[in-house]
Design a protein around this ligand. Structure first.
Ligand code: ZN
Ligand code: ZN
Length: 348
């Protein structure tokens, strides 16, 4: 098994070779056909998240042991199964759901594994998909994608699911409502593409990159503005938007979202760029606003999402396939903001 691994935080990934692991019990060994490159892989490789005001959470403190293999947007084919596996067979293919909990706590038993305090996320706590094989803890985490291209299906495990779960947290909207999407990178574009499957509201996109605004309109956004066009945005949305989803997660972007929602509105922070927010507290009760987070999504949501993408009713996110051996280049391209859509790594 060839894996591109974080050997030291803040350094490029290194190629390491291992014996193929043997699945035991409920485990399944999957031969990887594709793995998307996600922004959070950069934070994982750096080894920390910036909490603002000089504070950080480090992955070492959160229990990530080195070396480890990043990558959580995985598709593959089952090549070996543990002795207790019954409901999947060798040769079956699917998207691997990576947001796996401990399986024992109340959150996990309620199928809210992303709320688990002891998660075992693939590509973060357990080895992930920048490899040609992966051990998946249980067959239930492999979701069939039908006859889709596996590279096209892979980004739905994170980029697609994250956007979908955030959209689903917004109460039902009507066609006169606005939902603001801040940041039209990979996840933001997925949010625009998936919005017709979840909401009637019009989508207004805010991004400071004119190319990304163009891509947002192509993806189906009703309007796209630069953050500097605040007057035009306000003229467009009138009393305010029903909700704003911040796919960037910087103090300025969340602050902008808070200023643009109407009374009773919701701001959902999804992006993990980092920093800390100064909030005018009286406005929280006066506007009855909700500020909440959304982290990736649940297995049941991935199943619902896969049914939507298989139905052919929504446009799919553009993907760019390249060899697994380009993992470091792919990460630096993503870091410099050069990537439109999603890079998907293909093991050879
Ligand atoms: Zn991700
Ligand atoms: Zn749990």
């Amino acid at each position: 098994m060839k894996s591109y691994q974080v050997v030291k935080f803040g350094e490029p990934l290194e190629l390491r070779e291992y014996e193929n692991p043997q699945p035991r019990g409920e485990e399944v060994l999957v031969k990887i056909t594709a793995c998307g490159v996600c922004h959070s892989d950069l934070h994982l490789a750096d080894g920390y998240f910036d909490l603002g005001d000089g504070k950080k959470i480090t992955l070492a403190d959160r229990g990530t042991k080195l070396p480890f293999t990043p990558g959580h947007e995985i598709t593959g084919t089952v090549v070996a199964i543990g002795e207790n596996v019954k409901d999947i067979k060798i040769g079956d293919s699917g998207i691997v759901f990576p947001w796996i909990g401990c399986g024992k706590c109340e959150a996990c038993l309620d199928d809210n594994e992303t709320l688990c305090e002891m998660p075992k996320y693939l590509g973060a706590r357990l080895n992930g998909g920048y490899s040609d094989h992966i051990i998946v803890p249980h067959s239930k985490y492999i979701v069939s994608y039908g006859d889709m291209d596996p590279a096209q299906a892979a980004p739905y495990a994170c980029s697609g699911l994250t956007a979908f779960s955030a959209l689903k947290k917004i109460p039902l909207t009507s066609k006169d409502d606005w939902i603001i999407i801040i940041g039209a990178g990979g996840v933001g574009i997925n949010g625009i593409l998936l919005s017709p499957a979840t909401h009637k509201a019009k989508i207004l996109v805010i991004d400071n990159d004119p190319d990304k605004r163009g891509k947002a309109i192509e993806a189906g956004a009703y309007e796209a503005f630069s953050p500097d066009d605040e007057t035009e945005i306000r003229n467009k949305i009138g009393i305010g938007a029903s909700a704003a989803i911040d796919f960037v997660g910087r103090p300025e972007t969340t602050d902008l979202g808070l200023s643009l929602v109407k009374k009773g509105g919701m701001v959902i922070v999804v992006g993990l760029y980092g920093g800390s927010l100064k909030l005018s507290l009286p406005l929280v009760p006066m506007k009855s606003m909700t500020l909440r987070g959304s982290y990736v999504g649940e297995l049941k949501e991935l199943k619902e999402l896969v049914n939507i993408i298989k139905s052919g009713k929504i446009k799919l996110i553009p993907v760019k396939k390249q060899g697994l051996e380009t993992a470091n280049q792919a990460m630096s391209d993503l870091r410099s903001g050069k990537v439109n859509g999603r890079i998907v790594l293909i093991p050879n």
